[in-house]
Design a protein around this ligand. Sequence first.
Ligand code: AMP
Ligand code: MN
Ligand code: MN
Length: 314
Amino acid sequence: MNSTAQEIRAVFEQYDHMMLTAHVSPDGDAIGSILGLYGWLAGQGKKVIAVIDDDIDDKFLFLPHADQICHPDAVHVDPSWLTVVLDATDLGRIGRVAGLIPGKVLNIDHHISNAHFADWEYVLPSYAATGEILTALFQEWQAHIDPAMADSLYMAIATDCGFFKFSNTTGHTLRMAAQLVDAGARPNIISEHLEAQPLVKLRALSEVLRHIELFGDNTVAGLAFSPELLKYTGEHTGTYIDYIRTIQGVDVAFTVKYVREAETRVSLRSKTVDVNAIAGVFGGGGHVRAAGCTIARPLQDAKNMVVKEILKAL
Ligand code: AMP
Ligand code: MN
Ligand code: MN
């Protein structure tokens, strides 16, 4: 059950040492939420470590403190440390950081599939981003948001709602974003950094688009990232799903990505279908219109399993 905003503030006041983390394959919300909270806690004189069990896409490195997010091997903590899990539904989503947790855990998240695992939680599935929750908390606490925090939190919100285009965008989302702009966030600079891509990445797009597959009377679009295709794209393939979800008539878009021989990473997006439920069939989750899972099967098998579930749901 959720604590109140004031109880959450009291938890932050109670601890001097905090380890902040977020889900593996970190997206803009995971990184932006960590950095926004990091900025505020550091400003309060707290000792803060940010850790993610994954590499961070270069495009996020323009944000202040982004270079300080470390890997689990570099972290040494003891039970006096609070662990803050951001933008993640359960400990399975934070990889090897789960093995470092020395004491109490606070979870701030917005996924409908949240497992309610923490000692204190603040889970609001109607919010578009964890960054939106943090901004509302700072507002409620009358905490000062400096321009660096504002950039990070704006980036968190904007990336999770497709820059205010997805169905999770509400009046509240826009009000929180507006407040961040008033506090110094720079929408144009953030967009420029996130959109900028090396020429090889743009060239890879033409190769990726040749691999689009359609199913279910062209209402389902899929992309399979085989090891061969990953040679063109590199590991960070998260944005390609946004191209195929725009195909006219497509309701569900999905990608399957080779991780290793019997491990496939799946992403799902939809206009009407509940993809959280589809991901849930395979032990994953997320949101009604954006979800993911990992299937312990080879790429082709996993693809067939996902397509079958999507066609059932249509
Ligand atoms: P992705 O396709 O990886 O961008 O994920 C879409 C949404 O679903 C994001 O909000 C993720 O945090 C969430 N998500 C992805 N995989 C999982 C999982 N295995 N369990 C719970 N949520 C997930
Ligand atoms: Mn996320
Ligand atoms: Mn999120």
